[in-house]
Design a protein around this ligand. Sequence first.
Ligand code: ADP
Ligand code: ADP
Length: 232
Amino acid sequence: MISIRNVNKTYEAKHGSVKAVENVNLEIKEGEIYGIIGYSGAGKSTLIRMLNGLEIPTEGSITVAGREISHIKGAKLRKARQEISMIFQHFNLLWSRTVTENIAFPLEIAGVPKIKRMQRVKELISLVGLDGRENAYPSQLSGGQKQRVGIARALANNPKVLLCDEATSALDPQTTDSILELLVDINKRLGLTIVLITHEMHVIRKICHRVAVMEGGSIVETGPVLQVFKNP
Ligand code: ADP
Ligand code: ADP
């Protein structure tokens, strides 16, 4: 589903250039929950942001579902982003809009007519367990509920891939577990491929099938979770 080949990313900063990602190669299969773990500064955000065109690799190629993602622009990039959706640590909701309006937003952009939009939002609200909260504003929701809105919004246009950028890092342990269970449920029910980045081993152990360990911009180990994190 996702193929990352010989990817490098160098940022040009004031005080010189920073090699954020170095010679990364990864193959992620359809339907897989793939985790990328590493300390802060390891290059995880840069790597995941390159998967939906938020950053452009300095070198190398990234294909998603057989299509090159790394050097497209404009309408093509917007179309690709409907298929490669993302959720965030701080949810990135629109604060002046209700739950329904937040979830409907990507459908509006995609030009889905109002009646269809409202049907789809209803399905999504029920999928993520937010029934009864349709007209609430983000400020009236708990952290877990906010992330459920983020997930529903990300799924609105039926993506093939869901990218999760530290999606549970702002949540308490119990809420983290309930969001991770929701992601597993979505992975099973929709066959959605999930790629997540985290600094928390617990998250990887709980839901990932395979994991890559990142250090200083490079991948230092990959494999099935049980093999990479086997107890000594
Ligand atoms: P992680 O997500 O694992 O914390 P990042 O991808 O955010 O890692 O960062 C990797 C490296 O790239 C760090 O050294 C960071 O300071 C640097 N970096 C990230 N974004 C930028 C940027 N926009 N400009 C310059 N350097 C950056
Ligand atoms: P954080 O938790 O990162 O400090 P917030 O939770 O306040 O930030 O905001 C998360 C995201 O929501 C931000 O990235 C911003 O883009 C968006 N946001 C915040 N306030 C508003 C607003 N009034 N209208 C629209 N978007 C907002």
